[in-house]
Write a protein that binds this ligand. Sequence first.
Ligand code: GLU
Length: 484
Amino acid sequence: MAASAKKGASQSSHFPGHNPFLESVNAYFDKAASIMDIPQGLLDQIRACNSVYYMQFPVRIKGGIQVIQAWRAEHSHHKLPTKGGIRYAMTVDQEEVQALAALMTYKCAVVDVPFGGGKGGIRIDPKQYTEEELERITRRYTVELIKKNFIGASVDVPAPDYGTGPREMAWIADTYQAMVQDDINALGCVTGKPVGQGGVRGRTAATGRGLFFAVREAVNDPKLMKKLKMSTGLSDKRVIVQGFGNVGYYAAKFLHEAGATVVGVIEWDGAIVNPKGIDINALQAHRMATGSITGFAGCKTIKDGNSVLEHECDILVPAALESQIHKGNAAKIKAKIIAEGANGPITSEAEPILLKKGILVMPDMFVNAGGVVVSYFEWLKNLSHVRFGRMDKRFEEGSNMRIVDTVERLTGKSLTLAERQVIARGADEEDLVNSGLEDTMIDSYHTIGEIYFGNPKVKDMRTAAFVSSINKIATSYMSLGIFP
Ligand code: GLU
């Protein structure tokens, strides 16, 4: 990398914003940047949010007209399209969307997904609207994005985030297809769609599954476990999960199924704890039946749910919203590892307190990247217009069968039909998606690990992830010829 210009010489090195989340993201960036040899102008460009579109539009709600506020931020155009979810929440404002878009840029680079970062948001509480009203709001938002060229398979590709899911993505895809009729890649304008409408199998569980792969890799790393004075493996690990939405539920499920003991689950209306372990599949059935995790049989319900963040455990998974671990509660956290399922759950003021206590923080930009990794696969599927596995599944089965036949002939032993089927089965779409996700998470863990253990200036895993990410983005800008 070229010799750096004097650090701090630039005007924009002190970000003037007042949103603690955006300030945290920028503070983390600056911390990593300060130990890197990259020209300040290039660092400024990497950190800056390239464009933000703020819109207000009228929607007919309950017989009247309501003016809705919404945003879409494209943080970095060093790779296209830009990519990131759309959030429906009352917390949404310009700086929140910018912070989330910046995280998307860093996240995509960490896991080698060739997109710039983006994020959108509508300031509404989705629980206050009927399905029909939500559909009107979503479709109108999409029209606004189309009008300003803030959506399209080669431009900017939204996905689900807090408060949205496959249903909203289907409305977005349908609106886009109706309005942009000559785009052969129209379905690639949004990811996280239902499988019947151009989605990919495995996308819904992807963020939680990716988190599971990341945590499993960490606890199976003897060097890391030695540093943390912990034994390797998941079987003796107690886990607390905050948030039982799409990310928290699947993370808890996969950790539970792999042998970890989930001792606490926190939701907005209370938490449940059981030191002997919570059966996550049964808990999900209870939540589906009652609408809440509270009151689950065999568990103690705790009204002040967030107090459970401070309970004894080995792995804490904050998988709800940003700024949940702050300078007010950081000193009381007893977990040994925090795996950030949410975006920005730890403020930059809280992190030094945690690190001083010897807690390992596994950063959001790596740990929760599974969603965008599988979004990338969905986008590739949409662009190639073919389901993964369609071309090779049967061929693979035929080859496997021929190997089985040969082994049987040479050994004189024969397998049962069931055994033959298990061995010969060709990979279908979900197998390929999950295998691609697993490979990406394992690879990224080791790339970050090399920096974490190998660079003496790097003291924590978030900084290691930022160093990896910033280096890749800087290289990309240089190859574009924008910076010498
Ligand atoms: N909203 C998710 C995130 O924060 C997914 C983004 C995407 O798939 O584009 O990573």
